[in-house]
Every structure is written in structure tokens, then in C-alpha cells.
Design a protein around this ligand. Structure first.
Ligand SMILES: *Cc1c(COP(=O)(O)O)cnc(C)c1O
Length: 411
């Protein structure tokens, strides 16, 4: 949904420089149409298969974004009580909410049970005991799937691999059957599914297939023991195009290969996060200063690692573009923020025109794990967020103030 018209970069039908002028910088900007398109491509790929597309809301939990997805009929993949709260507030049907995470507290478990969510994705034997206990106290039954660690190692950043051996996630593959047999004996547990999630920003279908085949073996074994698995939750993790050369598999590529692995009666859940919101959101920033230091050039911008931490946390690449074309010569330059850390950069050694102070740059494809991971480090108030729909713009989070910085401090 980004496009140059003459010299100006537009998101949908709005000039980005106008957004910067109206709402100030730095700010996240989202395209509603892109979110809808991304969701539809999952929905269409599901075709007539029964199941759910559960948006992984840890990627972006702004209520307006969540509302777009809940209104489209999406479910939600949550990782905390706070996320369940946000999703219910945004109108998600609780029966479309799944809840994963290795460290669910008993308060969170109780909240999830009282909210009547679809299922817990259970990640350890002790968590199973905890859920059984809380469900007993509430005189209810908890629907569960186990998150099975299928031991595959997709080619992505080590911090976002979750399905190989020796990660903290899921039930170790060799313990999977024991987990189901244990759960079968618990009074307050109702087994409904099996879950796997192998990592994030995965650009090949193959690791999903390897994982699915391993999970299928467990399902067969478990079903021989009289336990019925209705839902197969295949997790999220499809990558998006960050760099010009990235080739991205589509949901259709993925599903058309996954579905035949399992029996026809199975219902499927997918938990895409990044591939729904990643390329729908961008970070709009202003150039504060140009600087030459030794042999290096810098563009210092008004967005820092507190606003978008991915470049420094994951060595992530985000394409950076001036929102107005210029004839100025391109030079190799680092794009850095105002924070007092050498790790505070948005891009290194980029070929960019050394545009003037006050001009705007767009750090693209920052909709996922961008605003959601932002912080007030260096006492920088949280930035604003703007949603674009056709010709219209809407402020969906106002910029925080200095007062907000000390809001919860006690004198
Ligand atoms: C993070 C996460 C997702 C979403 O991953 P993406 O790569 O953003 O699609 C889905 N499921 C679980 C359990 C997760 O932890």
C-alpha cells in the first residue's frame, strides 16, 4: 500500500508528508487495506476447511488494529492475561481465543477460564497441574492442547527460533504422548487439540512440513489411546519481505502442503502475527541532523531503539526511504536515533541521499513487533500511531506526554 505518485510517497491515498505534518513525528502509520488483504489471503487459503485464523496479537495490540481483525471474523492468539483483556475489549469472540506461553500465572489461568476462551496451549507438565487445579476451584473444565516441540530448526534469527531442541518452548517431543496420557486422567481437563509453533520470519514451507509430519505421528499414537484431537494448531511464523531479495511463501503455499498430512476431519488453527501486520505498518520519522564523523555519514532521526528495537535486537533489516524523492546524490550512510547507545540505529551503510533537516524518512514494514515492543527508555514518551483507510487518517494512539512518564511513580 506504499506507492510513489510523482515525487511523493503515499500510503493508500494519503501523502506521508501530510501525516507527518498533521500528527508529528515519530509515529507509526498503518494501512487498513493491507491488514484486510493479509487476513483475506489466509482466509481464502483456508477455503472450506474448518478452523480459525488467530491473529498473534503480541505483534501489535493496539485496540483499533485488533478491532479490524475481530470484525473480519479473526480469532486471537494470546500470550498473557493482558492480551486476553485487550482482545475481549476489541470484540473478539472468547471462543476464538487461544492462549500460549511458558509462564502462565494462576491469576492469568483463572482470568482465561472465567473468560471462557477456546483453549490453553499448555507448555509443561507443571502448567497442566496448575490449570487442572484452577479449573477445579472454579468448578469448570479447561480445554487444552499441548504445544509440542517438534525439534526442527528453521533458518531464522536464533532469538526467534522456538521449535528446536533445548528451547524453553513446548513439551519435548519425546514426552508428548506421556503428556496426553497424563492429561487424560485429570478431572478438570478437556483435551481438544495439538499445537506447534516453530519460530518466526520463516521464508520456507519445508520446516513447517517437517514439523507437521512429526506432530502427525504423535496424533496417531494419542488417538490410539482413545484421545480425540479436533484442532491442529500450526502456529504462526510465516515471514514477510523485508529485503528486496526476500521470497515469501503465501498462506496458500503453506496450507496446500499442510492439509494433506492430516486426516480430513481435523480443524485447523493458524496464528499469524508478522504476516498480518508487518508490512501494513511503517515508522515515520524526521531527520534531525546530518553528520559526518571520520569517514562515516549519519542521518540522525527522531525515532530511536525505544520506538523500534528490531534492528538492534535481531539485527533486523528495514528498508528506509525518504517520503519525497530528491535529486540529491546518494551516499553510504548510517541512520541512527537519539538514544545514548551505539546499538541505537535503524539501518547501517544504506545508500541514501543526505536529506535536509526537517525532511521525513519512512522505516518500512515495522508494523509487527514495532509499537508493541516500544518503551520509554531515555525517558522518551511513547510515540503515536495513525491508521489510514483510503483517504482518511485516524489517530489511534496519542503521543504520550512528559507527565505520562512518571504516572505510576509514588512520591
Ligand atoms: C509469536 C507467536 C506467533 C506469531 O508469530 P509470527 O512470526 O509473528 O507469525 C504465533 N504463535 C505463537 C505461539 C507465538 O509465540
Amino acid at each position: 500500500m506504499l506507492e510513489f505518485r510523482k515525487d511523493d510517497l503515499y500510503i493508500e491515498n494519503v501523502k506521508l508528508s501530510n501525516i507527518a505534518k498533521e500528527y508529528g513525528t515519530s509515529t507509526y502509520v498503518y494501512s487498513k487495506q493491507q491488514i484486510v488483504n493479509n487476513y483475506e489471503s489466509y482466509k481464502n487459503a483456508m477455503g472450506a476447511k474448518e478452523g480459525l485464523i488467530c491473529f498473534a496479537c503480541k505483534t501489535n495490540s493496539n485496540g483499533n488494529i485488533l478491532k479490524i481483525l475481530s470484525e473480519l471474523g479473526a480469532g486471537a492468539d494470546t500470550t498473557s492475561g493482558g492480551e486476553i483483556y485487550r482482545c475481549l475489549k476489541a470484540g473478539f469472540d472468547p471462543l476464538k481465543i487461544v492462549y500460549a506461553g511458558v509462564g502462565k500465572t494462576s491469576e492469568e489461568i483463572e482470568y482465561a477460564l472465567k473468560s471462557s476462551i477456546l483453549m490453553f496451549n499448555v507448555e509443561s507438565f507443571e502448567e497442566l497441574v496448575a490449570i487442572d487445579k484452577v479449573a477445579g476451584k472454579l468448578k469448570t473444565k479447561a480445554n487444552i492442547a499441548f504445544r509440542i516441540n517438534p525439534y526442527v530448526n528453521p533458518d531464522t534469527h536464533s532469538y526467534i527460533v522456538t521449535g528446536k531442541k533445548d528451547t524453553k518452548f513446548g513439551i519435548p517431543y519425546e514426552d508428548a504422548i506421556k503428556a496426553y496420557l497424563t492429561a487424560k486422567k485429570k478431572k478438570n481437563i478437556n483435551i481438544v487439540g495439538m499445537h506447534f509453533h516453530i519460530g518466526s520470519q520463516i521464508l520456507e514451507v519445508e520446516p513447517f512440513i517437517v514439523a507437521a509430519k512429526k506432530v502427525k505421528k504423535i496424533i496417531d499414537e494419542v488417538e490410539k489411546n482413545g484421545i480425540h484431537i479436533s484442532y491442529i494448531d500450526c502456529g504462526g511464523g510465516l515471514g514477510i519481505k523485508y529485503e528486496p531479495g526476500d521470497k515469501v511463501p503465501s498462506p496458500k503455499n503453506l496450507m496446500s502442503k499442510l492439509f494433506p498430512i492430516f486426516d480430513k476431519d481435523k480443524k485447523f488453527i493458524f496464528e499469524p502475527g508478522r504476516s498480518i501486520i508487518g508490512n501494513a505498518g511503517h515508522l515515520l520519522t524526521k531527520v534531525l541532523y546530518r553528520k559526518i564523523s571520520g569517514r562515516k555519514s549519519f542521518l540522525i532521526i527522531d525515532a530511536g531503539m525505544n520506538d523500534l528495537i528490531r534492528p538492534t535486537l535481531y539485527s533486523a533489516y528495514h528498508e528506509i526511504v525518504p517520503v519525497k524523492k530528491t535529486g540529491a546524490k546518494k551516499v553510504k550512510t548510517d541512520v541512527a536515533g537519539p538514544i545514548c547507545e551505539s546499538g541505537d540505529f535503524m539501518g547501517k551503510e544504506r545508500m541514501l541521499p543526505l536529506i535536509e533537516q526537517g525532511r521525513y524518512l519512512l522505516v518500512t514494514c515495522a508494523g509487527a513487533y514495532g509499537a508493541a515492543m516500544s518503551s520509554q527508555y531515555n525517558s522518551r514518551p511513547l510515540l503515536s500511531e495513525v491508521l489510514v483507510d483510503g483517504k482518511q487518517t485516524k489517530l489511534i494512539r496519542k503521543r504520550a506526554s512528559y507527565k505520562d512518564l512518571t504516572l505510576n511513580e509514588i512520591e
